[in-house]
Write a protein that binds this ligand. Sequence first.
Ligand code: NOJ
Length: 464
Amino acid sequence: MKDFLWGGASASYQCEGAWQEDDRVESMWDHYLHENNLENGDVASDHYHRFEEDIRMMKEGGQNAYRLSLAWPRIIKNREGEINQKGISFYRRVFETCRKYDIEPFVTVYHWDLPQYLEEKGGWLNEETAYAYEHYAKVCFEAFHDLVKEWVTFNEPKWFVCSGYLIGNYPPCHKSPQDTITAAFNVMYASALGVKAFREGKYPGKIGIVHSFTPINGVDGTLATKIAMRYADNYCNNWILDTAAKGEIPIDLLTTLSKKYDLSMITEKHLKVIKENKVDFLGLNYYSRALVKPYSSGETTLVVNNSGKKGKGTSKVIIKDWFEQVYDPNSTYTEWDTEIYPKGLQEGLKEVWEKYHLPIYITENGVGMYEDVTVDQVQDDYRIEFMNDHINAMLNAKDDGVDIRGYFAWSPFDLYSWKNGCEKRYGLVAIDFDHGLVRKPKKSYFWYKEMIESNAETIKRKRL
Ligand code: NOJ
């Protein structure tokens, strides 16, 4: 597997801490979490001060790539677009450290930490935010193009748009289908503007988008279920992947939405930018699939289990008139009600390849658990099993001809997990947040190292 990237993925707000350092301005997440007195990322993993140690540990753990994101509030000071040189020099130090350790930086421009000064002007509901993003992206390409060759415009549009504007559990906490549509469109338009800026600047390397990939399965083969599956695929995947990869918003989705909602913000001008600025690759974050059945009754209901207390039924997705998501009684679920289903990755990769024929990276994959990190070494055999089974699924798809170029474990070290706080741990390296943020590799860290060094020969293989 020559040139294959094996790495770990993180995000600025989830690991950096140092929220007021070097003139960083407030993000919408700082604002929301402080206002509501919720667990926040003020310190997080303190990566801002310890990035060298974290990158060195990745190298020592056999990894050759690090997926991370830039914090817009560290780089652009205000609505006028003024650049913060201290933020630029921080990230240059990070990338130089990556290069020193022979780690390929894989850089996400936006991973949810919108500057609060933009949120106050409407955030993603305001088209101006898309132009502010274009300026910010240009600044990043210009400042780092000598050190970074792999770029990502956005991390998981579906997740932050639906959580922020439909479910209401992320800032700005709206519960409005109309706002969801407007924000979704502005984000996809901004992503295309980012690609445009990248092409116009003739920067070296490639640019893609990262999507929270949810392959769709149906409960049976009836026509009604097939229709429900198409609705679910449009809701979960197609509005991001079709728009970014084909330059087209799914027409049946637009037709359905136009019957109830205002789509007047979508004009010829926007569609042209989207059409002309497609991505070079797709990043897929895979945690689980969605098993769906036809819509039966009730209002749209979207409940996410942020409690970490298992209980079937605590997570719920019903989109009125479209589809309902159901549990599989024969499957395994985590404490946060996420189904563990590696086969979804194997099948989903093939579907995405057949639809778009673009190179694919697994940009996130991992399992969140409660763990006691005061021990000498966390014995996370469940994580090893999880990673083995998902890497096996990925290799099966690769054997079947899918062009897969890399795999990133979420996450290389423990970090802050948004509404799930610091106790939902995904790391290969444990961080004791209560005792000096000491780093200790878990069993999975050594397993991953051995697996990479064996060129994936140690993966227990099976067809799914
Ligand atoms: C998706 C997101 O990109 C990341 O921010 C999040 O913490 C992980 N997946 C785990 O849920």
